[in-house]
Design a protein around this ligand. Structure first.
Ligand code: XIL
Length: 376
């Protein structure tokens, strides 16, 4: 197997598949679908990210995968997707100038076949970066070329297919200062300008996003992200959106007012906002109490997006608990997604439905949008 594919599989294995999981039938399929509701609420899409596990992992789990695919590609639930891993530097350019788009292409072609839009993720990021980028002592000139070549190849390969690109991912520390990535250490904030400028040239129709976590309440970090937006705008370099990853914690979520204030902090700068990787993890085990907290947190996160007209869409980071990244990164936490191990919908799903059908908020949003439309 090609190195990139085996690394990909390591990073994306559906570890949650244990004996007996995935056999249940969804028991509460009464909703018309999250995407249908999201559009009625004024959003452009409700999406779910997905990985492209190879045939090896499917063996023995065909029934569960069939059920997974049925929901994943159901156009009433989701009209957008993001490859959770397949477009990352580690997999697409594992060695300098050696490109492998296999895994990203699987998700992109399924999205196309099912009429879904694609959020593309992520061009310049310190994590899941190919080791050769970090292991070399670059001169500024060399690293500029590495970035330009990478973006030219990757954004060029997907040209015209991406509604949006996460051009730069997670450039900030919690205090709002820049993360000391190889990119920052060699080039300073210039690398951010270079990445946006290059992507704009290569794929002029994609919306260009800065994407990060812990941007869901006003803080030094949200100010740092606002600084990035302003820096690009001042330099006349296109930036169209800020992605709030929204990897939240059920027991300590932002309040809806904090979340709305954070979103508005960006929209007032003239960029759109999307929740790009929403999941809300619990301290395991799941109990009626923490599932109820999770429901409320989903309701508030999606509700915050619905309430601000510049917030255009929500993507959950996969939809099915056994495929979530959470248990492999956050010890003792899990059950972060709206669909449980047996494919039943959790209270979290109802929380999202409530946020999307909250008439007071929806009409507020509509009246704001129509006022804006009248002004345009
Ligand atoms: C995660 C994937 O879901 C995992 O499969 C992988 O092992 C690690 O990365 N922020 C991001 C995403 O921008 O790309 C990350 O995805 C989660 C955090």
């Amino acid at each position: 197997m090609h190195l990139a594919s085996s690394l990909f599989l390591l990073a994306s294995l559906p570890f949650g598949f244990a004996a007996g999981k995935g056999k249940g039938k969804g028991k509460d399929n009464t909703s018309v679908g999250l995407d249908v509701l999201a559009r009625k609420a004024g959003l452009k899409y409700f999406g779910a990210a997905t990985d492209s596990p190879g045939q090896r992992e499917r063996a023995g789990h065909e029934a569960a995968y069939a059920q997974y695919d049925q929901i994943m590609w159901d156009s009433t639930e989701f009209s957008s997707t993001t490859p959770t891993n397949g477009q990352k530097w580690l997999f697409v350019e594992p060695q300098r100038g050696v490109f492998n788009f296999t895994e990203g292409d699987i998700v992109a072609s399924k999205a196309r076949a099912h009429g879904k839009s694609l959020r593309c993720h992520a061009l310049v990021w310190h994590s899941q970066l190919a080791p050769w980028v970090e292991e070399t002592e670059w001169t500024p000139e060399e690293l500029r070329k590495v970035i330009v070549d990478h973006i030219t190849a990757v954004a060029g390969h997907y040209k015209g297919q991406c509604y949006a690109w996460d051009v730069v991912n997670e450039a900030l520390e919690e205090d709002g200062s820049y993360r000391q990535s190889v990119f920052y250490k060699v080039l300073g904030e210039e690398y951010i300008k270079l990445a946006f400028e290059t992507t704009a040239k290569v794929d002029p129709t994609a919306k260009l996003y800065y994407n990060d976590y812990n941007l869901e309440w006003p803080s030094a970090k949200t100010e740092g992200a606002q600084r990035i937006v302003k820096m690009l705008k001042d330099a006349k370099i296109p930036i169209h959106g800020v992605g709030l990853q929204a990897h939240l914690i059920a027991e300590q979520p932002p309040t809806i007012d904090q979340h709305i204030a954070a979103i508005r902090g960006f929209t007032k700068l003239g960029v759109e906002v999307a929740l790009t990787e929403l999941d809300i993890r619990l301290t395991m085990p799941a109990t009626p109490e923490n599932l109820a907290q999770q429901k409320e947190a989903y309701k508030n996160a999606v509700g915050a997006c619905v309430q601000v007209c510049g917030c255009i869409g929500v993507t959950i980071w996969d939809f099915y608990d056994p495929f979530s990244w959470v248990p492999y990164v956050f010890t003792s936490e899990g059950a972060a997604l709206p669909w449980a191990d047996d494919f039943s919908k959790k209270p979290a799903y109802d929380g999202i439905v409530e946020a999307l059908t909250n008439k007071t908020r929806r009409s507020k949003r509509r009246s704001i949008s129509s006022r804006r439309a009248n002004l345009a």
